[in-house]
Design a protein around this ligand. Structure first.
Ligand SMILES: [Zn+2]
Length: 417
C-alpha cells in the first residue's frame, strides 16, 4: 500500500482480474505508537493507543475504505474487485514492529509493568459487496475466509513477541462498528488476554482434578446431552428442526439440551453459564489448538455449520416483514504460545440483543465487577436457536416483543422459567 502497509488477496477459483493495480493514494505513513500496561491489581494487560482517535468514523457508503477502488474513488483496496482481502490496519491498536523490542516487557517495577504495544492489527474483508453480511456469503467464500484466518494465524503466531493470534468480527452499529462493510479483524497480541488467562488456569485445575482435558470433557458432556443416539450420525437438520419427522428424537433429546448444532466434526452449544442473552460456543469435535490444526474434513464442514449458526442469529429477532439482524461479536479463541497442549480452538459467538427492541448493556455488575447477569436462561436460548433453524420459523412473542405494559425486568420472564 502507498504508506508501506501489507495487503494480501485470497482467492478460490479464478482470481478477479486487475490485481496488479498500485495504491495511488497520497498517503503519509502513520507513525502509530502504543504501549501495554499491566494492571497491578488483576494482572490484566491494557493497551494504550492514543493515536487511534483520528481514525475513520462512520464514513458515508460512497466513501467506504473497504470497497474495491473505482475511478475517482480510491479505497484501501486498490483492485477493482476481490474475494477476500487482508491488510494492515492504518490505525492499529498494536503498532510496534514484532521483534524490534525486548520481550517480555520489563518487570523491574512490579507496580508499573509496561512495554511497547508490539503486534499487528489486520483487517479482513469478507467480500467486495458492501451491503452483504457474513451470513449472506456462500459456502465457498466462508471456506476462503477460514483459509485466510488459518494463513494469518500461521504467519503472525511465529512473529517474535506475539503471544496469541485473535480473529474476530464485530457486526452491527449496536456493537460499535464504525465501518458497515462486512469485515473482521485479526490481532496479533503481545500478551495473554484476561479471558484466555482464566481458561489456562481452569484447564490446569481440571487437569489436576481429573487427569483430563477441560475442553474435551466440556464438548463431550454437551454432546451427550442430545441423548443416547450416536451424535456423530445426527445431521444438523435432524437436531435443529421441530418438524414432525424429528419428533422421535425428542424422546432421546432432553428439552434442556444446550446443543444447537451437532455436526460430524463441529458442535455448537449455548454454554452452561452463558453471559449474554444469546451466546453460542462452537468447537471442532476433535481438539486442536488453533486454525492451523484443522484437517480437511473439519474445514469442509465448517462453512455449513458456521453459516447456519449466523443465519439463526439473524432469525432470532425477526418480526414479520421486519428483519432485525442480530448485532454480534464472533470471537475466535486460539491457544497462546506455550499452551497448545491444553487450550482448544473455539468460537464464542454472542449478541448484545435481548429482544427485538432491547439491548443488553454492560453496566454496574458487568463493567464494574465483571459479574454477568443474564436475563435469558441458556436452555431457553438453545431451544430458540434450534427453533429458528428453518427459514420463516415463527418467532415467539416472548422472545421478540415485550408484552405491552411490562417493565424491563419482566420482559424476559418467559425466558427465565
Ligand atoms: Zn464498502
Amino acid at each position: 500500500m502507498a504508506d508501506g502497509r501489507e495487503l494480501i488477496y485470497y482467492d478460490r477459483g479464478t482470481p478477479p482480474t486487475g490485481r496488479a493495480v498500485a495504491d495511488l493514494r497520497p498517503l503519509d505513513a502513520v507513525a502509530p505508537s502504543s504501549e501495554v500496561r499491566q494492571d497491578p491489581m488483576t494482572g490484566a494487560w491494557v493497551t494504550v493507543a492514543a493515536h487511534r482517535q483520528a481514525r475513520t468514523y462512520h464514513p458515508p457508503a460512497d466513501e467506504c475504505p473497504l470497497c474495491p477502488s473505482r475511478e475517482g474513488r480510491l479505497s484501501e483496496i486498490p483492485a477493482g474487485d476481490y474475494q477476500v482481502a487482508v491488510f494492515e490496519n492504518r490505525f492499529p491498536s498494536l503498532a510496534g514492529e514484532p521483534g524490534t523490542h525486548p520481550v517480555p516487557p520489563a518487570l523491574d517495577d512490579p507496580l508499573h509493568s509496561r512495554g511497547p504495544g508490539i503486534g499487528r492489527c489486520e483487517v479482513v474483508c469478507f467480500t467486495a459487496d458492501h451491503d452483504a453480511s457474513f451470513a449472506d456469503l456462500d459456502e465457498d467464500r466462508a471456506r476462503l475466509v477460514l483459509d485466510a484466518w488459518t494463513d494469518r494465524t500461521a504467519e503472525l503466531s511465529v512473529l517474535p513477541g506475539v503471544r496469541q493470534v485473535y480473529c474476530f468480527e464485530n457486526r452491527g452499529t449496536e456493537i460499535g462498528v464504525t465501518l458497515a462493510h462486512p469485515h473482521g479483524q485479526v490481532y496479533a497480541l503481545p500478551f495473554v488476554p484476561p479471558r484466555t488467562a482464566k481458561m489456562i488456569d481452569q484447564a490446569a485445575r481440571h487437569r489436576a482434578a481429573t487427569g483430563r482435558n477441560l475442553f474435551d470433557d466440556l464438548v463431550a458432556a454437551e454432546r451427550a446431552s442430545v441423548g443416547s443416539l450416536s451424535v456423530g450420525s445426527l445431521s444438523t437438520d435432524s437436531l435443529s428442526t421441530d418438524s414432525p419427522s424429528t419428533d422421535s428424537l425428542s424422546v432421546e433429546r432432553p428439552e434442556d439440551s444446550r446443543v444447537v448444532l451437532a455436526g460430524e466434526y463441529w458442535t455448537a452449544f449455548v454454554p452452561f453459564a452463558a453471559r449474554w442473552p444469546y451466546e453460542v460456543h462452537l468447537f471442532p469435535n476433535r481438539r486442536v489448538p488453533d486454525f492451523t490444526g484443522l484437517n480437511e474434513d473439519e474445514r469442509a464442514e465448517f462453512p455449513r455449520i458456521y453459516l447456519d449458526l449466523l443465519r439463526r442469529f439473524d432469525r432470532l429477532f425477526g418480526d414479520g416483514d421486519r428483519q432485525v439482524r442480530a448485532p454480534y461479536i464472533a470471537a475466535w479463541h486460539q491457544a497462546p504460545a506455550g499452551h497448545e497442549d491444553e487450550l482448544a480452538l473455539h468460537l464464542e459467538l454472542f449478541t448484545v440483543r435481548r429482544t427485538a427492541d432491547k439491548l443488553k448493556y454492560l453496566a454496574g455488575t458487568e463493567s464494574g465487577m465483571e459479574a454477568f447477569m443474564n436475563d435469558v436462561a441458556p436452555e431457553f436460548a438453545a431451544r430458540r436457536l434450534r427453533e429458528v433453524g428453518q427459514a420463516g420459523a415463527a418467532t415467539p412473542a416472548t422472545a421478540s416483543r415485550p408484552t405491552p405494559g411490562t417493565t424491563d425486568d419482566t420482559t424476559d420472564e418467559e425466558a427465565q422459567r
